[in-house]
Write a protein that binds this ligand. Sequence first.
Ligand SMILES: [Zn+2]
Length: 297
Amino acid sequence: MEPQDQTTGAEPIKANVQCVGCGYNLLGLSADGVCPECGTPLEESLRGYLLVHRSGGHVARLKRGVSFIVAGLLFWVAVQIIGIVVALITVIVVVRSPNTQPPALLESLVTTGSVIDLAVSAVILFGWWLFTARDPADPVRDRDANVRRGVRSAVIAQIALQLISLVLVPITMSGGTIPMPGSNPQASPLFVITSTINFLAGLGVMAAVVVQFVAGMLYVRRLALRLPDARVHRLARNRMISCPIWMTIGSFIFIGPVIALLLYWNLLNMVRKNLNRILKEQAAGQMGGTAGEIAAL
Ligand SMILES: [Zn+2]
């Protein structure tokens, strides 16, 4: 077949979308053309691919998920800033009047802080769970199955390991005493076992965070093709590399982790805006074929 005249200005397809007629890979072809193998209009193959053609319920679920993540991250930053300010005030108060029982005050503040921290992490993890939900009405096979499962496994692992730590810390505190130098070098077996498990759980959480970040960025990269948003697609790959660099090497200049968090937040916020736009387009009935799907919800 002759190459089609593709001067109509439609975007070339940037994903491995298969033709619904023959399975031919449509990567790089103009979206308003036809399949070079069987002549099926490409629009028909893209219908099942682009999110705007999916049910409004599914898009709304993804948007709810990413909104939880974006809001959770902002709240987390606010909590950290408040924590630093409170700590500074406490130090000043303690220095000025040393009779105000500082250990009890500090202890309650630290406990409150860690409870809020846990609650915010739970909101963010729940957001990732929703954001990586499968479309139950997926008309084609689930192309993102592996990255979705990667994110979701990491979410479950983090919750499970955090719960283990939460249960073990009081047991560790009651079951053993911290061996004092010179007095009794032998810690109780329970203390050794629980603190070892706690340490391993901590390592496990760190590993799960890394898995969730990488799988999450890969997921955003794929989802970007279905928004479609070429910028988000490109940035998801760039930030999969730049965020860990800012987080690790960048921490030597103190502001590095803040920049990493900003870049991460900004990318997810772009996805949120895109999903909002799609929901508005669907509500405005710009996609004729989805009107029935929206009505059926
Ligand atoms: Zn075809």
